[in-house]
Design a protein around this ligand. Structure first.
Ligand SMILES: NC(=O)c1ccc[n+]([C@@H]2O[C@H](COP(=O)([O-])OP(=O)(O)OC[C@H]3O[C@@H](n4cnc5c(N)ncnc54)[C@H](OP(=O)(O)O)[C@@H]3O)[C@@H](O)[C@H]2O)c1
Length: 239
């Protein structure tokens, strides 16, 4: 059977890592990108130990030239891209108009929005060839207004809905599909970036990274004529 190749940004932790483990268990070759090499290698080693296929491609998604180089390395090693999961993202504790800085705003928008466009742009010729799928991990705050999510985070994640819609509108004729995946609270390291970091009991009520991985599996393993435009997943307690 032809190798099916999945490129995951933010693959070293949280939802990206959980999606990698799950997809690899379903036969995908997973290519893990992120800045912390040791995190990527730990996830890859677990996958290989479980009998799956994983490769590590360190990358800072704020660096557009590095994205193109990573794409070229991926294609040299694996020859194709069938799916993309964009999980890399960031926020900051100082996220309000009265405490944010414009430099921090720019870094959040670069990571959460511009980098998603840049990775999709780099992968698009391959996705056209494979009739591939891009899963953009956005946020509940990208689906509806969330007062606590922050100025830059809300703006960047909301824009991902438009990004996915333009992609589907323009690239569906070439066979490319994209999903705007909007999770509510998920118990990951991401919570450390909140002004008030939730404790254990709050985390216990949240979604798990594995809940998101199951959803990603559904999207990437759907038949090629099935396009999942948008999905919103929330824990029962989401407000
Ligand atoms: N947890 C939540 O409640 C929640 C809810 C809705 C949406 N989300 C979104 O879900 C996505 C995944 O987050 P998570 O909750 O799984 O948290 P996480 O474990 O902190 O994952 C974020 C990932 O992004 C990577 N990353 C950040 N900046 C990067 C950069 N410049 N270049 C490359 N990789 C970068 C990080 O890796 P390195 O630091 O190693 O680069 C990390 O692996 C994010 O986009 C987040 O906005 C989270």
């Amino acid at each position: 059977m032809t190798e099916r190749v999945l490129w995951i940004t933010g693959g070293g932790s949280g939802m990206g890592a959980a999606s990698a483990r799950s997809a690899a268990a379903n036969g995908w070759s997973v290519i893990l990108s992120g800045r912390r090499v040791e995190q990527l290698e730990r996830v890859a080693a677990d996958i290989v130990a479980a009998g799956g296929r994983a490769d590590v491609l360190p990358l800072d998604v704020q660096d557009s030239a590095a994205i193109v180089t990573a794409r070229d390395t991926l294609l040299a090693r694996h020859g194709r891209i069938d799916a993309l999961v964009h999980a890399a993202g960031c926020n900051a504790p100082n996220r309000r108009w009265d405490d944010q800085t414009i430099d921090a705003f720019r870094a959040i928008v670069d990571t959460n929005l511009t980098a998603v466009a840049a990775v999709i742009d780099a992968a698009l010729p391959s996705l056209r060839e494979s009739s591939g799928v891009a899963v953009v991990i956005s946020s509940y705050a990208g689906w509806t207004f969330q007062p606590g999510a922050g100025v830059a985070y809300s703006a960047s994640k909301t824009a991902l809905g438009s990004l996915v819609r333009t992609l589907n509108q323009q690239e569906a004729p070439q066979g490319v599909r994209a999903t705007h995946l909007c999770p509510g609270d998920v118990a990951t390291d991401f919570l450390e970036q909140r002004p008030q970091v939730p404790g254990e009991s709050a985390r216990a009520a949240m979604l798990s990274p594995e809940d998101i991985a199951r959803t990603v599996d559904f999207v990437i393993d759907a038949p090629q004529h099935v396009r999942v435009d948008e999905m919103v997943l929330s824990p029962l307690s989401q407000r």
